[in-house]
Design a protein around this ligand. Structure first.
Ligand code: ATP
Length: 670
């Protein structure tokens, strides 16, 4: 009943308690959580459970936190219980007297080892009541199991599991078994633990702490309104989340909270070499339109999005162990053993005086000449005990961020500052260690071009990142979404990803006819650029303007084209042909005789008030246009009558809209 009390009104100091706290207390929390879908109730149960422990039995807090989060140590330590159905069924048959066949029948019925063990043991009567299990003992035993190695390990594990199961009663059997196979199946416990921990430490201090001398130890709610209490609890939750994102280790966090005021947490548990932080993530955008709308002309860093494995590389030259380099995956597993080549190359990338750092990078399989290979190649590499000399698939590390350098966390610095440090303090090593290819730009044309280049280079798209802190004049919500700092575990609009799978809604290329042009500027001053392109409408026998194109051409092509479309050979016209449907406002400086078919590809087809292609077919008054067209080649095998028709364009438009909707749904699912 105490667990159901309102967390603000409930005072654990008013209840009688004896220690060490029994495991059944934790299991009754799991059972309550299991029976509700209300997140508010779930958080209240876990918060109250933790508050009782914080006040009366602080030594059980950490074990209870680990057991509630379905882990026994931080995931990056790679500690495994290593208990499978073989060990479990041996132990359960032995303590329950059930046959393997009966267990199998239970398993077919329930599909869950916890339920199977519970059913098997529920009717077993013992002569002597076993000593009740307490939380600390359960946790200690689990750590013990994880340390068993070598010959006879399976039997030793089975014995320990048997001992634990014999001491379990009722629901304890179910939850212990689930913990053993790391499948607690208690709704959302993992995430709720962190929030409950924040609330619990906000509301309660361990018994014996001199509350007066440590007035800040827990937050004082005495005279607070409900709103103020909520604000204080929310602040504590944000603090815990921020801390956990940089330092995902309950050992450090809980021990600090047990001995220090909550506001000291970040000072004591912060970014540390050897402890992986939760990576910053990118927001999906489905097309260039949405991307540019989000950027609103801000200059940004466009980086190639390599298709490999994300790695977080930690280096410490003073490491006491012989491991100076550690490599962690996106999900914070320690994958150093998979990459002896990273361990080998990383110390050589440092410039003088670098003693410690944390890098964010994508590791990609590369061919002989440094050509990017597809992702599959890398996933074939074994996860453990890879030997440097036996590696057959070489890799290149593409570094894109630097979060820590020489004892200094860089998270709060802007991307521009972090990137400058990365590029000035490290050396690239050909085909082994490189900075991600990037451009700094706010130009839609350039960003589009860079996207093309990335795809051609074998990447899966681009990451577009905010470089500098947004101006203070913007409202706080927008500013918080466009932070240029490194925000662990957050998916903000300051990192936007644009993937080719989303863009390739318009997979088909188009065959169009060049019908006019403008005189080029700058480098292109002697050539025609941009060039006006058109599709064909067989119903009206008109060439309808579609778009201006200025990318995908080589200088050589421009030169030759100038000769092909000239007065000398009669292809350059002073006035437009009557069968060219072009808006008066567009006014190309020259017109062409229709004679060539060009293959082009674009980002997407949009409704346009300027271009005449398929006018009236998609929109009553407007035509459609192709965004970001790029020239692919001249189709010498095609005649101008073979040009893409306006009707085909209409079909492409609807197909693309349908695919975008699907992509959008996928995005929501994510
Ligand atoms: P995805 O499935 O698109 O790789 P994700 O959910 O794994 O996405 P996101 O953060 O959403 O991760 O997308 C960025 C991912 O792209 C990173 O996790 C990283 O693996 C990869 N990546 C490749 N190049 C870069 C880069 N230059 N900057 C950031 N991430 C990059």
């Amino acid at each position: 009943t105490i667990l159901s009390k309102d967390i603000v009104k409930f005072d654990p100091s008013k209840i009688e308690w004896s220690t060490p706290t029994l495991y059944s207390f934790l299991c009754s929390t799991f059972s309550l959580v299991d029976k509700t879908k209300s997140r508010i109730k779930i958080l209240d149960y876990i918060t109250n459970m933790l508050r009782v422990l914080i006040y009366h039995d602080s030594a059980s807090v950490l074990p209870a936190v680990w057991l509630s989060s379905n882990e026994i140590t931080p995931s990056y330590e790679g500690v495994e219980l290593g208990i499978g159905s073989h060990v479990l069924s041996k132990a359960v048959t032995s303590v329950s007297g059930c046959s393997h066949k009966a267990l199998k029948a239970f398993y077919d019925k329930y599909g869950d080892w916890g339920d199977v063990a519970y059913e098997a043991k529920v009717s077993v009567r013992t002569l002597f009541e076993p000593r009740p299990l307490d939380i600390r003992t359960v946790y200690k035993n689990l750590l013990g199991i994880s340390k068993l190695k070598g010959n006879g390990m399976v039997d030793q594990k089975t014995d320990l599991v048997k001992k634990l199961l014999i001491s379990c009663k009722g629901e304890e059997v179910r939850y212990l078994t689930r913990t053993l196979i790391r499948n607690l199946r208690v709704g959302a416990v993992g995430k709720s633990v962190l929030i409950s921990l924040a609330r619990a430490f906000c509301l309660t201090s361990p018994k014996g702490i001199d509350r007066i001398a440590n007035s800040q130890y827990s937050v004082d709610f005495t005279n607070d309104s409900k709103e103020t209490i909520n604000t204080k609890l929310k602040a504590a939750e944000s603090l815990l989340k921020e801390c956990f994102a940089q330092y995902p280790n309950y050992d450090g966090i809980v021990n600090t909270l047990l001995s220090h005021p909550i506001d000291k947490l970040m000072e004591l548990c912060h970014l540390t070499v050897g402890v992986p932080l939760r990576p910053m993530l990118g927001q999906i955008t489905r097309d260039f339109d949405s991307l540019f709308k989000k950027l609103q002309g801000r200059p940004c860093n466009c980086e190639m999005k390599y298709d490999g494995q994300r790695v977080q590389i930690h280096y410490n030259s003073n490491s006491s162990s012989n491991r100076q380099v550690s490599v962690f995956s996106r999900h914070l597993e320690n994958i150093t053993e998979k990459y002896p080549d990273i361990v080998d190359i990383i110390p050589k990338t440092r410039k003088d005086s670098i003693t410690s750092f944390i890098l964010d990078a994508e590791v990609v399989a590369v061919g002989e000449n440094g050509k990017i290979e597809n992702f599959q190649k890398l996933s074939n590499r074994s996860r453990k005990n890879v030997t440097l000399s036996l590696i057959t698939i070489p890799i290149c590390i593409f570094a894109f961020d630097l979060m820590y350098l020489n004892e200094e966390p860089l998270l709060k610095k802007s991307l521009r500052e972090r990137r400058d440090l990365l590029e000035t303090r490290f050396n690239q090593i050909p085909n082994k260690f490189a900075f991600v290819k990037h451009i700094e730009s706010s130009s839609e044309e350039e960003i589009h071009e860079f996207f093309r280049e990335s795809i051609e280079a074998g990447c899966e798209g681009i990451m577009v990142k905010v470089l500098d802190e947004p101006p203070r004049s913007l409202d706080i919500k927008t500013r918080m979404n466009f932070l240029a700092s490194y925000e662990p575990d957050k998916r903000l609009e300051s990192w936007i990803k644009l993937k080719k799978d989303y863009i390739e809604g318009l997979g088909d290329s188009l065959d169009v006819v060049p019908i006019g042009a403008w005189h080029g500027n700058g480098r292109k001053v002697n050539w025609w650029s941009p060039i006006l392109l058109a599709v064909y409408n067989p119903e009206t026998e008109m060439f309808e303007s579609l778009c201006k194109c200025m990318s995908g051409f080589s200088d050589e092509f421009y030169k030759e084209m100038k000769q092909r479309y000239s007065h000398e050979n009669g292809n350059l016209l002073e006035t437009k042909k009557w069968y060219y449907d072009v808006d008066e406002g567009l006014r190309p400086e020259v017109w062409f005789e229709p004679q060539e078919v060009w293959e082009i590809r674009g980002a997407d087809i949009t409704i346009s008030p300027v271009y005449k292609a398929a006018c009236g077919k998609v929109d009553r008054d407007k035509g459609v246009s192709l965004r970001f067209p790029r020239f692919l080649r001249v189709r010498e095998d095609k005649k101008i009558e073979d040009t893409t028709t306006s009707q085909q364009l209409v079909e492409m438009y609807y197909k693309q809209t349908k695919e975008h909707n699907v992509a959008e749904d996928d995005e929501l699912d994510e």
